[in-house]
Design a protein around this ligand. Structure first.
Ligand code: DC
Length: 229
């Protein structure tokens, strides 16, 4: 049986995470939040005080070993997912801006990306997978039947992110978030390995002026037409 794969790539705050979860639920497919893996690795390396010394070859080797052996569990709870790192619940902390920055640093290093490759591919299980990230279509699952690139203006992404973080009880300022988003976009798009960009055969959706239901409809109409029958 062919495993059906839907990839959803795009910059931070484009709504990928929410949409990927809804689409996975709609088709009853598995879900890979690849950004969470980079965030978990960023958190783990930060806890071990290794992030500032990645240019040191021995430290980097140690980090590759850590990346390959990360002890991660994704557990369903109600409508959501709980993420454990080394047995501890890190669901909330990995979503902070600070850990987002750590993830972005880690994600720019080719050997660390390579160390997470097989772990990501292992999520492709029957009947199918929705994979959300930056390089799902270009690098991890080039064979995907459905490739979607979801983008939005930096300003509208910053507004959404502020609402999301405020909903988590965090005190944040729009200008700080916008600056973070612009810096992370630049780093994600300009890195030499697996930069953020649409696959040649991706369906591109700009969600700046669309709500979640409108984007969901565009995505499912497209997927219905392209998934193997
Ligand atoms: O989607 P996110 O904000 O949780 O991702 C966190 C960081 O990880 C972000 O800087 C981009 C990086 N990332 C990546 O390089 N490749 C992926 N497939 C997913 C995320």
């Amino acid at each position: 049986m062919t495993i059906q794969i839907i990839t959803i790539d795009g910059p931070s705050g484009s709504g990928k995470g929410t949409l990927a979860a809804k689409i996975a639920n709609h088709y009853q497919f598995h879900l890979l939040d690849s950004g969470a893996l980079y965030r978990l690795l960023g958190l783990s390396l930060q806890q071990k005080n290794l992030l500032e010394s990645l240019e040191n070859e021995d430290v980097l080797k140690q980090c590759v070993t850590i990346a390959t052996n990360l002890d991660i569990v994704f557990k369903s709870k109600g409508d959501g997912i709980i993420i454990l790192l080394d047995g501890k619940d890190v669901t909330q902390i990995i979503r902070t801006e600070q850990i987002g920055e750590c993830a972005s640093k880690v994600a720019a290093i080719p050997v660390l990306r390579a160390a997470l490759l097989e772990r990501q591919r292992a999520f492709a299980q029957a009947p199918g997978l929705v994979a959300d990230g930056r390089d799902m279509a270009t690098t991890i699952f080039p064979e995907a039947q459905v490739k979607i690139y979801l983008t939005a203006s930096a300003e509208s992404r910053a507004e959404r992110r502020v609402k999301q973080l405020q909903g988590m009880g965090l005190d944040v300022k729009i200008n700080d978030i916008l600056a973070n988003i612009q810096a992370r976009d630049k780093r994600d798009m300009e890195r030499t390995v697996a930069p953020l960009k649409p696959a040649d055969d991706a369906y591109i959706i700009d969600s700046s002026n669309l709500n979640i239901d409108e984007v969901f409809k565009l995505m499912t109409d497209y997927a219905d037409a392209h998934l193997a029958k």
